[in-house]
Design a protein around this ligand. Structure first.
Ligand code: SF4
Length: 368
């Protein structure tokens, strides 16, 4: 499925891309993600931001954003990557999946350039991150896979000034661009939205297998710090047997150290007929994950200090206490080891200790 020609993007937001090929029938196929959109002149891909222009595929949202905000890193969510620090977060428009339960649908389903009112070059973005005291920049709110060229350039500019790059993504990307994308990232939170092909097909208009391949690739072929999120939707993907398979697969294929976040669904977008996830479901899911050998399983989008704090996998001591996005007690030494027993906690921790950004959310404007 493709979308017809849409209003033209401003010329400065259009850049050439390289993951595509010509087909014998005259169409050009985008090779960035498994959707493999086949486009005739003037058509856009289902992600909205990539389009055919003449004899090539272009990105039409380079340097454009739907807004910038300084968030706590825990909100991405990343619990083992520079805890307590602020992250400059932004997204663009569009998405390459079509999740009926999307919690950011105003951005991901945007089909107007008005949504992209903010703009910033990669160097300006990196400089602003430093000025704002952010340790990292996060591509979030919508999936950075679809604005690959901009995300890669921003990450490279950030690396030059010592700012980390964080991808919040569904992991729905083809193998070749995936390698280039993650070579520029320092951390990622990747959604594992369910654990059946049926769920991905019916609720997301996508496939599960490419996501599993991305998870294994990032864990085993890169140095990117990885955490995983599963949004639990009552009656759709919260069956204990499915959660047992999902967490068993994670423990087996990704190992016990990759943190997993079970987050609560709230009725939204095309899924208003389901209730919000009861806190007990999150607690049940967390128990299943821990029972399958995962060392760090968290609950999210609910008030649950016990389920959101980090514990030592060896002695059970409290390592990082969390109440919402606020950190409490800190039980790690300078090398990221348990202060009680010395076992190393997986993650990227600053020897100076946690940041003190707290739960604040600060919108910022960065117009070039
Ligand atoms: S990135 Fe966009 S245009 Fe390319 S295949 Fe995916 S949805 Fe289609």
């Amino acid at each position: 499925m493709t979308t017809p020609a849409a209003p033209l993007a401003p010329p400065e937001a259009i850049v050439a891309t390289r993951y595509w090929h010509r087909r014998p029938d005259g169409r050009i196929q985008c090779d960035l993600c498994p959707r493999a959109c086949k486009l005739r002149e003037g058509q856009r891909g289902v992600c909205f931001v990539r389009a055919r222009q003449g004899d090539r595929i272009v990105l039409t949202s380079y340097g454009r954003s739907s807004g910038f905000c300084v968030d706590p890193i825990e909100k991405k969510p990343l619990n083992h990557f520079l805890p307590g620090t602020p992250v400059l977060s932004f997204g663009t428009a569009g998405c390459n999946l079509a999740c009926r339960f999307c919690q950011n649908w105003d951005i991901s389903k945007a089909k107007e350039y008005d949504t992209l009112a903010d703009q910033a070059s990669p160097t300006l973005l990196a400089r602003k991150a430093v000025e704002l005291g952010c340790r990292s920049v996060a591509f979030t709110y919508n999936d950075p896979v679809i604005f690959h060229e901009y995300a890669v350039d921003v990450a490279a500019a950030c690396r030059e000034v010592g700012v980390k790059a964080v991808a919040v993504t569904a992991g729905y990307v083809s193998a070749e661009p995936r390698a280039e994308f993650y070579a520029h990232m320092d951390a990622a939170n990747i959604d594992l939205k369910g654990f059946t092909e049926e769920f991905y097909r019916q609720a997301c208009a996508g496939r599960l297998q490419p996501v599993l391949e991305t998870l294994e690739y990032v864990r085993h072929e890169t140095d990117v710090w990885l955490e995983v999120t599963t949004l639990l939707i009552p009656g759709l993907n919260d069956d204990p047997a499915e959660l047992d398979r999902l967490t068993g697969w994670m423990a087996d294929k990704l190992g016990p150290d990759v943190p997993l976040h079970f987050t609560a669904f709230h009725p939204d977008f095309r899924m208003m007929d389901r209730p919000a996830t009861p806190p007990e479901t999150l607690t049940m899911a967390r128990s299943i994950g821990l029972g399958n050998g995962l060392r760090h399983v968290y609950t999210g989008n609910v008030d649950d200090t016990a389920g959101q704090s980090t514990y030592c996998h060896e002695c059970g001591a409290l390592l990082i206490e969390r109440s919402g996005y606020r950190l409490g007690m800190w039980g790690l030494d300078r090398a990221g080891r348990c202060s009680e027993c010395g076992a190393r906690c997986a993650g990227r921790f600053d020897p100076a200790g946690p940041g003190d950004w707290g739960p604040r959310r600060r919108p910022v404007r960065l117009r070039s």
